[in-house]
Design a protein around this ligand. Structure first.
Ligand code: APR
Length: 244
């Protein structure tokens, strides 16, 4: 992206931000892998896999209905808001594993949801991608798409294809700076994106329990803080360093 002024043309640096559940923790949304290994009391595979849906669709729909209600009651936190400031100074893309809409509500412009969106529904059959619609309400068994098939949440479950992956790789390959926030880096292919940056690209990893160590990547800075405590400072530093 180019900015034109009367006297100069400057090229914005490209920042890619990979976010995980940790960035939304301080907004009140629980992470997936809490100490008890359960997600809001459930085995992740029970509520986040096609097999889980086949076994007990009512439970799975009810689970996401509750997550959707919870989402509508929480707000973006200072980490989401700080990231939105990047758009003024950098060509920024947020690649999020989160299904919440807190980056949108914080006003970030370019957001890619790798694992779907809680506030969208889709069909269980037919041309599923074309069936995606906004959904702020509960989904029940018997709620059908216009072609007569059961609706389900627009969530990428374990074992399902990650449709945005190729695009996410392309964007990550072009990054001048990569920022990773609040992810255990346990879930692939999302966790593999870090391997696609150019050699020596600065990487900032912000997480109170970082799953990487200093030598994991070249040019890595680990900030062992929560998102709210760690993200605003690093964003202000980057803006100060690169804004001219
Ligand atoms: N600020 C920043 N990071 C935090 C905070 C916080 N306040 N609290 C917890 N964390 C960190 C944890 O230390 C952990 O590294 O957030 C991370 C959360 O990890 P996971 O629960 O595994 O979430 P995530 O990495 O986003 O999971 C990836 O797994 O279940 C699937 O599809 C789902 O997108 C999800 C994917």
């Amino acid at each position: 992206m180019y900015i034109f002024t009367t006297t100069s043309i400057s090229i914005m640096k490209k920042i890619v931000v990979l976010t995980g559940a940790g960035i939304s923790a301080e907004s009140g949304i629980k992470t997936f892998r809490d100490a008890d290994g359960l997600w809001e009391g459930h085995d992740v595979m029970e509520v986040a896999s096609p097999q889980g849906f086949t076994n007990n669709p009512e439970l799975v729909l009810d689970f996401y209905n509750q997550r959707r209600k919870q989402l509508l009651q929480v707000l973006p936190n200072k980490a989401h808001l700080a990231l939105a400031k990047l758009d003024t100074y950098f060509d920024t893309t947020i690649i999020t594993q989160n299904v919440d809409d807190l980056h949108e509500r914080a006003n970030s412009k370019n957001i890619m949801h790798l694992h779907g969106e809680l506030l969208k529904a889709k069909s269980t059959k037919g041309d599923i991608d074309k069936s995606i619609t906004d959904c702020e309400n509960d989904i029940f068994m018997g709620d059908l798409c216009p072609n007569g098939h059961q609706l389900r949440p627009h969530i990428v479950w374990f074992g399902e294809e990650v449709p945005m992956l190729e695009k996410a790789i392309e964007i990550t390959e072009k990054a001048d700076i990569l920022i990773i926030i609040g992810t255990s880096m346990q879930v692939y292919p999302a966790a593999s994106l870090v391997n696609f940056v150019k050699p020596n690209t600065p990487i900032y990893f912000i997480d109170p329990k970082p799953s990487v160590s200093k030598n994991s990547f070249n040019n890595l800075t680990i900030i062992s803080k929560t998102a709210v405590n760690g993200v605003p400072g690093i964003i202000d530093d980057l803006i100060k360093t690169y804004k001219n």
